[in-house]
Design a protein around this ligand. Structure first.
Ligand code: ADP
Ligand code: MG
Length: 287
């Protein structure tokens, strides 16, 4: 490879908001045939809003928001914003479990907020009424987050965000470049399928824990694919590093950007196709 061509490619990229860590990053783009896309914050805006609240206790939203005030997760922001009218309490012993939820002590009680399975693991039993609210949210393609304390789930929050403008056209472009798109998410299967259908992705891997994202990349590689991964979250960092080519959204976390080969300053999905086209052009001038 001629270093000059690689450097020219690298500098062309930076002019169009495609920040390439170094010449070898472009080499990594060689032969990519599969593009794995994280859902929240990558295919969708990652700006979540709180929808329906179903609770068996009046303080469900207030306690959940008090806890989520310490989290950076898009779901946390939605819950805190949705509780703007509430007076939040301080939290002690806050802990975040990536891809699962958060725990901490608020008003003297140990509170858990997160996936229904995470609340169950933390000893919160789900009453029938709230189980129904969870399935209704998921049937509607939203994400259901629960809050529990003192042995029971006491509230269900429906949160959702939107697909980024131009996402469908961007996926079409990837396909025309000969790349197979795959949606990879920690979110529930129905929410994942809704987004996939909206943007035209057929292959969906849902409900994965952050560490399983890496396993899914390795599995695709073991099938003989060369894989690009696009993500934005702390939970995507290991998968970005494992993929043959890692692309991070410029709106994402520092962890994602430092694990990636390429950072897309315009956090649009179209920039993924641009970055791959740029890499191919640059490599084409070399070989
Ligand atoms: P994605 O793979 O779509 O980026 P994450 O791995 O970040 O999603 O999160 C997966 C799931 O974990 C969320 O859908 C949510 O149910 C739960 N979760 C993670 N962090 C939080 C949090 N701070 N508050 C509530 N739920 C959370
Ligand atoms: Mg994400």
């Amino acid at each position: 490879a001629t270093p000059v061509a690689l450097l020219v490619g690298t500098s062309r990229g930076s002019q169009s908001g495609i920040l390439i860590t170094g010449p070898e990053a472009l080499e990594n783009a060689r032969g990519i045939d599969t593009v794995v896309l994280d859902k929240t914050g990558t295919v969708t805006t990652g700006v979540m809003t709180l929808g329906r609240v179903t609770a068996t206790d009046d303080s469900a939203l207030r306690l959940a928001a008090s806890l989520e005030a310490s989290s950076e997760h898009p779901i946390a922001r939605a819950i805190v914003e949705g509780a703007a009218e509430e007076k939040l309490s301080p939290v002690t012993g806050f802990a975040a479990s990536s891809g699962l939820g958060v725990t901490g002590t608020v008003d003297g009680v140990r509170v858990v907020v997160g996936r229904p399975a995470f609340a169950a693991e933390n000893g919160s039993v789900m009453p029938e009424l709230l189980a129904t609210a969870v399935s209704e949210a998921e049937d509607a393609g939203a994400t259901a987050v629960v809050v529990g304390w003192d042995g029971a789930v006491r509230g269900v929050f429906t949160v959702s965000d939107r697909v980024k403008p131009g996402a469908r056209a961007a996926i079409d472009r990837l396909r025309r470049q000969g790349l197979a798109p795959v949606l990879l998410t920690g979110d529930n299967e129905r929410a994942a399928n809704r987004v996939a259908a909206e943007v035209g992705i057929d292959r969906v891997i849902a409900g994965v824990l952050p560490e399983q994202k890496v396993d899914e990349i390795r599995r695709l590689q073991a099938e003989g694919h060369r894989v690009a991964m696009v993500g934005d979250g702390v939970n995507d960092a290991a998968a970005l590093a494992t993929a043959n080519l890692g692309l991070a959204m410029g709106t994402g976390t520092d962890a994602a950007m430092s694990a990636a080969d390429i950072t897309l300053v315009r956090a649009e999905l179209g920039a993924v196709a641009d970055a791959i086209a740029l890499s191919r052009r640059t490599l084409g001038t070399i070989s």
